[in-house]
Ligand binder design. Structure first.
Ligand code: FES
Ligand code: FE
Length: 369
């Protein structure tokens, strides 16, 4: 059983210096050292449910094709033709009819990325289709999420994610389906979003509606060091959830029972995934850093398919509650970015409610060193 404690804050712990949020050089270094090296969540498996279905995703400035192979495996390829480098697929999603064809000169690849046909190239001395398959990126699946890793020698996913494997089995997240996704664009650094997510010191002021349902001082953590940080906050009353009404007519997801009915669990999964487990639904944010002061965020709400198949299924009580709460957070995150950009900004002291932020900074600095 996990032990939950209040994450401690080392004496003298302060926020990061301004350059970590402002500097284009830091941003470029993050893209290399973090986003091009770590396992990054890019999709739900349901987005590529059938063989040949694909979605174009981007990581560390790279466009990637994510598709499902004929035997159910998931492939990720650089979206770059091996002839003259043309981007093969436009952004978006679709379904390949048996092959992947470059629109420029019709080089044609299998769903497995192997080059199958290249017009007139048989006349070229030394050319062999075997040498020009699409360049592959490592892909892994966990709880119905698809992760990719651009590293030439990726860490084994199961080792990198060992602390999380099986941890959320009670929610049966792999079986859940996405009811809604909203994309937000923020004028702030991605790390401010993770840090804001990792404390509820701000909740009484910024989220009066959330505070009414879940006390801001009830947070306890079972992961308070390293790449995965989080724990739970309590709901004020059994049978409630984080919804506009404070109630839920939905059955608990998976086998959620007992104390988990009284809690919402929040985990920041380094670097860019925020996973929020409610008794009756799961919410996930994925962050896409665009510039030092710009971040796109996809927020998705996942529900049990048996609830979704009901004629009166309506996710809007959960979606609207968090859309409001998200926007409250985005506002303070953007204000923080603007303040940090001041020449007067200097690192400030963390409160005792911000232990996970100090832990995030420690991990971040160790990766960036
Ligand atoms: Fe793709 Fe020529 S660039 S076929
Ligand atoms: Fe918040």
């Amino acid at each position: 059983m996990a032990t939950f404690v209040k994450a401690s804050v080392p004496a003298g712990a302060r926020t990061l210096e301004g350059r970590w949020f402002l500097s284009p050089e830091v941003f470029a270094a993050e893209q290399e050292r973090i986003f091009a090296r770590e396992w990054i969540c890019v999709a739900r498996e349901e987005q590529v449910a059938e063989p040949g279905q694909y979605v174009v995703v981007s990581v560390a400035g790279e466009s990637l094709i994510l598709t499902r192979g004929l035997s159910g495996e998931i492939h990720a390829f650089y979206n770059v033709c091996r002839h003259r480098g043309t981007r093969i697929c436009e952004d978006g999603s679709g379904r390949f009819a048996g092959s992947i064809q470059c629109p420029y000169h019709a080089w044609t690849y299998g769903i497995d990325g192997a080059l199958k046909a290249a017009r007139n190239m048989q006349d070229v001395a030394g050319f062999s289709v075997a040498d020009y398959g699409l360049k592959r990126v490592a892909a892994a699946r966990w709880e119905g999420f698809v992760f990719v890793c651009l590293a030439e020698q990726p860490a084994a996913f199961d080792e990198a994610f060992a602390p999380l494997l099986g941890r959320f089995a009670r929610w049966n997240i792999a079986a859940l389906r996405t009811a809604r996704t909203i994309r937000y664009e923020l004028q702030c650094n991605w790390k401010l979003v993770v840090q804001n997510y990792s404390e509820c010191y701000h909740c009484p002021l910024v989220h009066p509606q959330l505070e009414r349902l879940s006390p801001s001082d009830s947070g306890r953590n079972d992961l308070d060091e390293g790449p995965f940080l989080g724990g739970y906050s309590e709901l004020r009353a059994r049978g409630t959830s984080l919804t506009t009404s404070g109630h839920s007519g939905r059955a608990p997801v998976g086998s959620v029972d007992g104390a988990d009915l009284d809690r919402v669990y929040y985990y920041a999964i380094f670097p860019s995934m925020l996973l929020s487990l409610h008794p009756d639904y799961v919410m996930v944010h994925t962050l896409h850093p665009l510039a030092p002061d710009r971040t796109a965020i996809d927020c998705s709400w996942l529900f049990d398919p048996s609830e979704m198949s009901k004629a009166d299924f309506d996710p809007s009580d959960a979606v609207d509650f968090w859309d409001m709460t998200n926007r409250q957070d985005w506002d303070v995150n953007e204000r923080t970015q603007r303040g940090i950009a001041s020449r007067s900004y200097e690192p400030g002291p963390y409160s005792n409610a911000e232990g996970l932020l100090a832990a995030f900074d420690r991990h971040y600095r160790s990766v960036m060193r």
